[in-house]
Design a protein around this ligand. Structure first.
Ligand code: HEC
Length: 117
């Protein structure tokens, strides 16, 4: 009997079974869209996500351009929220997301703790 009770409780998946850090990590990898990890990698260093060449209008020569996903582990909460709620990012490279305030809090908690793990 006791065993049955234990079993039915265990089947309810509840956020309290995972820590905020684990929840944040899950969102980092799968935020209902392209995972942050795909561009920002571990988040603690800037990552070159693309290189391309463009003609410089002034010098008429080919110049190499980089698209960089910056390190995000030291970003302020204000900056983070501003970015995550923007409907268009300045680079137009980073996608927009539709995360709830609670999800954003856990995600922020995770990126602030990336180095500490
Ligand atoms: C397709 C690549 C890509 C993905 C996926 C992506 N980002 Fe970004 N992110 C960028 C690029 C490029 C920039 C810098 C240019 C800009 O701000 O648009 C950036 C900038 C940021 C910044 C601002 C950093 C600063 O110092 O200004 C934050 C915070 C951030 N990303 C967090 C996230 C989080 C959290 C996720 C996942 C929910 C995510 N990004 C997913 C490419 C990406």
């Amino acid at each position: 009997m006791l065993f049955l009770v234990y079993f039915s409780n265990a089947q309810q998946i509840d956020n309290s079974f995972i820590t905020q850090l684990e929840y944040g990590e899950m969102l980092y990898k799968n935020p209902r869209g392209i995972g942050c990890i795909k561009c920002h990698n571990k988040g603690n260093k800037s990552v070159i996500i693309a290189k391309y060449k463009e003609i410089d209008k002034k010098t008429k020569t080919l110049v190499e351009k980089l698209i960089i996903a910056p390190a995000i582990n030291n970003v302020s909460f204000e900056k983070f929220i501003e970015k995550m709620k923007a409907d268009k990012t300045e680079s137009k490279v980073m996608p927009t997301y539709f995360l709830t305030d609670d999800e954003l809090k856990s995600l922020y908690y995770y990126i602030k703790n990336i180095n500490k793990k």
